[in-house]
Design a protein around this ligand. Structure first.
Ligand code: NAD
Length: 482
């Protein structure tokens, strides 16, 4: 199998091409690297029909067998890790260290989710009656993923959906379909036909998935704007939905931190994956006593970081993934300049092929400026000065988002008191981005609905079935027969 050519859909365990195709571009130089199928509506229907046919046998397998299959997905990713990492950098732009984190993580997730099991809950078990609630799969699940972590976020959906007994149709972002299509190809020999179907196409294909009458649930990661559309379109057959959406995460730095030590951590908290990270620290609130020192330390550290083509070994941060996002960032920077915001670093986009945006730090802009209100989703970070805790908590919470946050202090108890007041699904204290297959992750407010990872995440791929068994009847019948 060649990872670098011949990209095909996977429908019912078979390769499929389509008449229409989409171009895929390397964001480091804007060159076309591949063309992929733009699946037709009939091909989506065929993929859903295949998943529907595969469902009875797959869901009837003992849990341990489905778990073994999912662990084998992890094995397959590990065996081909090097190809996956190279292809991921080529299509997504990320640097080597980021590709290692993502592909390594995808394999770990498969192996760990494969150990999970939802407990049977026995509510009553008396001589005459037994009442239990058990978790049953939903049927065909539609997965829709974004372009920032195409492999890992696909696995976050595939692994629990399959362990829970569902079959699946998954669509990657049109910007980064290559690694996901190759994952589908690789798994043709690993999973039974029809259990996992991979279809590439544009946004329209996503909309067809969310409206499809034979899809029972959609699990989506992407922007809040698309999340709203999905919620609407899923209403047709009352689809279950899990929505992992945008964020505008605050990081709050209390005055007692060791400035030098924390500066490097805060840098990566904000700029990892070139800040194309739903949970990147996107607003950095720094206590006024240490603001100048921390700003200086951040600038100094940022100047040591290599930004460039992710395929080059020295690169630490790659380009922005696509032109749409690149233009959005240009516009945001133009707005910052028009409003005379002060730049501590960066701000000027070089005129060259590729979507490179330099690391940009903005000095204490007003709270109502666009760089503070909007999710930049790129390496443009506002540093914001605060005086006291009540004030910073109110400012941190003043957003429609509620994905994650972080608090930094030597006094863990003081940090905890701040953390508990933040309206966010995850709040990290003195660390950040420590995800685990066994730790629940989900957004509050307009950052999402539902949970991924942990048993709560697995449960989202199931329905509750209550079995209420009256044994009195059985014993009456037994007595009569005797
Ligand atoms: P996007 O919403 O534009 O696209 C995501 C996916 O949805 C793509 O596959 C796209 O083709 C598909 N899509 C687009 N329109 C659709 C429609 N009408 N119906 C169904 N599907 C449709 O998001 P993006 O730009 O790819 O990703 C960036 C966003 O994702 C950011 O806002 C980021 O914060 C968010 N994100 C969230 C998480 C999380 O876990 N909360 C993780 C990563 C990214």
């Amino acid at each position: 199998m060649d990872f670098f050519k011949d990209y095909t859909l996977t429908i019912d365990g078979q390769a499929a091409t389509s008449a229409a195709t989409l171009e895929v571009i390397n964001p480091a130089n804007e060159q076309v690297i591949a063309r992929v199928p733009d699946a037709s509506r009939e091909q989506l229907d065929a993929a859903v029909a295949a998943a529907k046919r595969a469902f009875p046998a797959w869901s009837a397998l003992p849990l341990a067998e489905r778990q073994r299959y999912v662990a084998r997905i992890g094995d397959a990713i590990e065996r081909h890790a090097e190809d996956f990492m190279k292809l991921l950098t080529l299509e997504q732009g990320k640097a080597r260290q980021g590709a290692e984190w993502e592909i390594g993580g995808a394999a770990i997730w498969c192996h760990e989710i494969a150990k999970q099991e939802l407990p049977l809950h026995v509510v009553e078990d008396s001589g005459t009656r037994r009442v239990e609630t058990r978790r049953v799969p939903l049927g065909v699940v539609g997965g829709i993923t974004p372009w920032n972590f195409p492999v890992l976020l696909a696995i976050w959906k595939i692994a629990p959906a399959l362990v829970a007994g569902n079959t699946m149709v998954l669509k990657p972002s049109p910007y980064t379909p290559l690694t996901t299509l190759k994952l589908g190809e690789l798994l043709r020999g690993v999973l039974p036909d029809g259990v996992l179907n991979i279809v590439s196409g544009g946004n329209e294909l996503g909309a067809w998935i969310t409206a499809h009458p034979d899809i029972a649930k959609v699990s989506f990661t992407g922007s809040t704007a698309t999340g709203r559309k999905i919620m609407e379109s899923a209403s047709g057959n009352l689809k279950r939905i899990t929505l992992e959406l945008g964020g505008n995460d605050p990081a709050i730095v209390l005055p007692d931190v060791d400035v030098e030590e924390v500066a490097e951590k805060l840098f990566w908290a904000s700029f990892q994956n070139s800040a194309q990270f739903c949970v990147a620290a996107k607003r950095l609130y720094v206590h006024e006593d240490i603001y100048d020192d921390l700003a200086k330390a951040l600038v100094a550290y940022a100047k040591t970081v290599q930004v460039g083509d992710g395929a080059l070994p020295q690169t630490q941060l790659g380009p922005i993934q696509n032109r749409m996002q690149f233009e959005k960032l240009k516009n945001l920077l133009a707005d910052a300049k028009a409003n005379k915001l002060r730049f501590l670093l960066g701000g000027d986009i070089p005129d060259q092929p590729g979507y490179l945006v330099p690391i940009t730090l903005i000095d204490n802009p007003p709270d109502d400026s666009r760089v503070v209100r909007e999710e930049a989703f790129g390496p443009v970070l506002p540093l914001l000065k605060f005086k006291d805790v009540d004030e910073v908590v109110a400012r941190a919470n003043d957003t429609e988002y509620g994905l994650a946050a972080s608090v930094w202090s030597r006094d863990v108890e003081a940090a905890r008191q701040v953390a508990e007041r933040i309206d966010a699904g995850t709040v990290w204290i003195n660390e950040i981005h420590t995800f685990s297959p066994h730790v629940a992750f989900g957004g509050r407010k307009q950052s999402g609905i539902g949970i991924e990872n942990a048993l709560e995440g697995l449960a989202e791929y199931t329905a509750v079935q209550t079995l209420a068994i009256n044994r009195a009847q059985a014993s009456d019948a037994g007595r009569k027969a005797a």
